[in-house]
Design a protein around this ligand. Structure first.
Ligand code: SF4
Length: 177
């Protein structure tokens, strides 16, 4: 029978191939293994992001190779590079156009903190304009570091209260209609 500490369980008293689980476990498992990244390549870190998609590092092992260049079709913005004030508005607008649920990875020193560019033209961390879920250190971080960050993001998605949030959103929509 179901056990609070386990994500899936098998009940031998029920005939057939039946597995009992929690809604959260199923939703989070699906979401964490089908992340579609929005590659926000802004500077040199973007080259490492591209390398992560190549056969040597192969981000598709994690179901994340479907890089979308449309915010309507992506759910994880990977900010790779220096965020200037000129681009900050664009980054925020694209983030706003992405559908919920969505996540953000700040790849590299520049995206995380402004890096070496302590100047009037550079935003000192993309978390000033969008909520960041995972930071990747390095200048530039290697593709393995990005893969490590994506695995951490999967773990984070795995602990979300997805079912509760879905029910709350549906209830709000029913009340509003
Ligand atoms: S962190 Fe380094 S490699 Fe990445 S965008 Fe900034 S300067 Fe370039």
């Amino acid at each position: 029978m179901t056990n609070e500490s386990k994500e899936v369980a098998y009940n031998s008293k029920i005939e057939g191939e039946i597995i009992v689980t929690r809604a959260d476990a199923v939703i989070n498992w699906i979401r964490s293994h089908s992340v579609w990244p929005m590659p926000m390549g802004l500077a040199c870190c973007a080259i490492e992001l591209m390398a992560a998609g190549g056969s040597r590092f192969d981000i598709s092992r994690f179901g994340m190779e479907v890089m979308r260049f449309s915010p309507r079709q992506s759910d994880c913005m990977i900010v790779a590079g220096t965020v200037t004030y000129k681009m900050a508005e664009v980054v925020r607008r694209i983030y706003d156009q992405m559908a919920e649920p969505k996540w953000v990875v700040a790849m590299g020193a520049c995206a995380s903190t402004g890096g070496m560019y302590r100047s009037y033209a550079v935003l000192q961390g993309v978390d000033r304009i969008v909520p960041v879920d995972v930071y990747v250190s390095g200048c530039p971080p290697r593709p393995e570091a990005l893969l490590d960050a994506m695995i951490k993001l999967q773990e984070k998605i795995g602990h979300e209260n997805s079912a509760e949030r879905l029910f709350q959103r549906n209830a709000k929509q029913i009340r509003a209609s």
